[in-house]
Design a protein around this ligand. Structure first.
Ligand SMILES: *Cc1c(COP(=O)(O)O)cnc(C)c1O
Length: 368
């Protein structure tokens, strides 16, 4: 029988947590205080604790989180930041906003995360930071990146937008580098009901600096120490995030079960490449990515079977019009380009049922 399966069910999370979310909504509405208040303070403390880190600073979104970290480290004009050639464009934009130059490095062809070997050869006297992305929810090989960072005196800034709750060698993503940027965009594993983001760090100086930067550069109202930004996390979103944080591990476990099922039941299909997981990493499967040489055709076929899929991402940043000033031709970053040409994301989420995953697997197996 034909089924319809959406890529990500955005309604069931509210249905499941309706009582608590409605309670949080009323609490904030009736408080008469909507920006920079008790809910944000509490969320910052709870999320820092969750990550096992000392500080969390809530900001407007994930892009701003990364941008403010770079600013606070004084990274800008004339500096270089190493970032993956395959990522969501926000990673690159954060570097561009800061005024620094992105130096793209190719990913490992099987984990899709920064290839540490190639990072070292991209380091120059201008390099100030490495910006690894825990893409699709799997932590990058952080231990090796931190060793490089030590050797060359660089900062490592995690783009943890897709990795809330992912582990690497027993430590939580967000607590693996010098600082991390998180996004709580609604579709992320920990999602607000609007835009939101945060910075997590153990660096006290950085945390204090960013607390000013996110609020017009002022620590005392109307006394401005520098030209800051308006990038704050609303009370209402903080209140919602506090509710959803309690369910994050459970919801990540549900994704993990679906991912294990996909990995087992899709193994051995010719031409279909499954993602590889580092032994030291516990991913949270924000995205379940396949590679297939006839990706577009497979996507159309699945659509005809009622299965919605997505592509993360169809254009690598170096070939996007936004970065046309880099004048990079096709072929410059073949691995990133191959991923862009052949990646297909299967439905994945805490409310996807195992029977639906079975239907999806059968549909893929029936594709010729
Ligand atoms: C979502 C995302 C961002 C940006 O987060 P926003 O909250 O949308 O600004 C940055 N990097 C990656 C890898 C992302 O997936």
């Amino acid at each position: 029988m034909m089924q319809y399966i959406s890529f990500l069910d955005m309604k069931s999370p509210y249905q499941e947590l309706k009582g608590e979310l409605d309670e949080a909504y009323h609490r904030v509405m009736e408080s008469g205080w909507y920006i920079m208040g008790k809910e944000l303070d509490a969320f910052e403390q709870e999320f820092a604790e969750y990550c096992g880190a000392r500080y969390c600073i809530g900001v407007g979104n994930g892009l701003e989180a990364l941008h403010l970290i770079l600013r606070a480290y004084g990274i800008g004009d004339g500096d270089e930041v190493i970032a993956p050639s395959n990522t969501y464009i926000a990673t690159w934009l954060a570097v561009s906003y800061a005024g620094a130059r992105v130096v793209p490095v190719e990913p490992n062809a099987f984990t899709y995360n920064l290839d540490v070997e190639q990072v070292e050869s991209a380091i120059t006297s201008r390099t100030r930071a490495i910006l690894p992305v825990h893409l699709y929810g799997q932590p990058a090989d952080m231990e090796r990146l931190m060793i490089l960072a030590d050797k060359y005196d660089l900062k490592v800034i995690e783009d943890s937008a897709q990795a809330q709750g992912a582990h690497y060698k027993g430590k939580m993503s967000g607590n693996l580098g010098h600082a991390a940027g998180f996004s709580f965009y609604p579709g992320k594993n920990l999602g607000a009901l609007g835009d939101a983001g945060a910075i997590v760090t153990n660096d006290e100086l950085l945390a204090t600096h960013i607390k000013g930067l996110r609020n017009y550069g002022s620590k005392v109202k109307y006394y401005n120490d520098e030209k800051g930004y308006n990038s704050r996390l609303d009370e209402i979103q903080a209140a919602f995030l506090r509710v959803k944080l309690k369910y994050l591990d459970d919801w990540n476990d549900r994704r993990n079960k679906i991912a294990s099922f996909y990995l087992d039941s899709l193994a051995g299909i010719p031409d279909l490449l499954l993602p590889q997981v580092l032994e030291s990493a516990s991913p949270i499967w924000h995205i379940f990515p396949l590679l297939h040489p006839k990706r577009d055709d497979l996507q159309r076929y699945l659509k005809s079977k009622g299965v919605d899929t997505m592509i993360h991402y169809p254009v690598p940043p170096h070939l996007s019009r936004a970065y046309s000033e880099m004048s990079m031709q096709k072929g410059t970053f073949p691995i990133a380009e191959k991923i862009a040409e052949s990646e297909l994301s299967l439905p994945m989420g805490p409310h996807l049922k195992l029977e639906e995953a079975e239907y999806i697997v059968n549909a893929i197996r029936s594709y010729q």
